[in-house]
Design a protein around this ligand. Structure first.
Ligand code: FES
Length: 123
């Protein structure tokens, strides 16, 4: 599922921290993930054990789209060669990938999910 990003950086304290609204909380259900276009990047946003995580949406091995993979507990499996990345920190748990996925700081409050997008926008 792809949702359109609404850039709401001007809201309250989000402006100082450069957080960008990416989804409503109820659109990321337990054990599921969505992909979100953010600038020129795609970010996968997932919920595991109630917590929301955000990682780069493109596999570091051969550029497959991670949202087409499977999420099992904290393991995000790439759909192409089945590397397993830890959704919490992007680390590689099983190859063939060797480079971790980039991770983004996530803030969930008042029914909204925000990502700190400094890396994406290069600010
Ligand atoms: S493209 Fe993801 S493991 Fe090969």
């Amino acid at each position: 599922m792809t949702i359109q990003t609404e850039n709401l950086q001007s809201e309250g304290n989000m402006e100082e921290n450069k957080y960008t609204f990416v989804a409503s909380s109820d659109s990321v259900k337990e054990g599921e993930m969505i992909d979100v276009p953010l600038g020129t990047e795609t970010v996968v946003v997932a919920r595991v054990d109630g917590a929301v995580f955000a990682v780069d949406g493109i596999c570091t091995h051969a550029y497959s789209e991670m949202v087409d993979g499977e999420l099992e507990d904290h393991c995000l499996y790439c759909p192409l060669h089945f590397a397993c990345f830890d959704i919490r920190d992007g680390s590689v748990l099983e190859g063939p990938a060797v480079t971790p996925l980039s991770v983004y700081d996530v803030l969930e409050q008042e029914g909204s999910i925000w990502i700190k997008a400094l890396d994406i926008y290069g600010e």
